[in-house]
Design a protein around this ligand. Structure first.
Ligand SMILES: [Zn+2]
Length: 81
C-alpha cells in the first residue's frame, strides 16, 4: 500500500484501530476498534470510504444495533480542576 502523508501536517500516517466518539441523535456513542489511518504526528484520523459507508449504515440502524456496553462518562468543569 502507498505510504500516505497527513493532509493536515504532512506527518506519517499509519493504519490502526481507534476508539472514536460520535454524536448521533443527541446521544454520544463510542465506536471501538474502528479501522482508521492516523497521523503519528498530530493524531488526525481518517477512515476509508468503505468504513465511512458502514458508519452511515450503522448510524441509520442505530436503534436496531446491539450495543457492546454502555459507559457512564464523567464530565468535569475546567474551572474546578
Ligand atoms: Zn498530521
Amino acid at each position: 500500500m502507498l505510504e500516505e502523508a497527513c493532509e493536515v501536517c504532512g506527518g506519517k500516517v499509519v493504519e490502526k484501530t481507534i476508539d472514536q466518539a460520535f454524536h448521533i441523535k443527541d446521544r454520544r456513542v463510542i465506536i471501538s476498534d474502528l479501522p482508521a489511518e492516523v497521523c503519528t504526528q498530530c493524531g488526525y484520523s481518517i477512515v476509508s470510504a468503505d468504513v465511512g459507508e458502514n458508519l452511515d449504515k450503522f448510524i441509520s440502524n442505530l436503534d436496531q444495533t446491539q450495543e457492546l456496553k454502555t459507559l457512564q462518562v464523567p464530565i468535569y468543569q475546567y474551572r474546578t480542576i
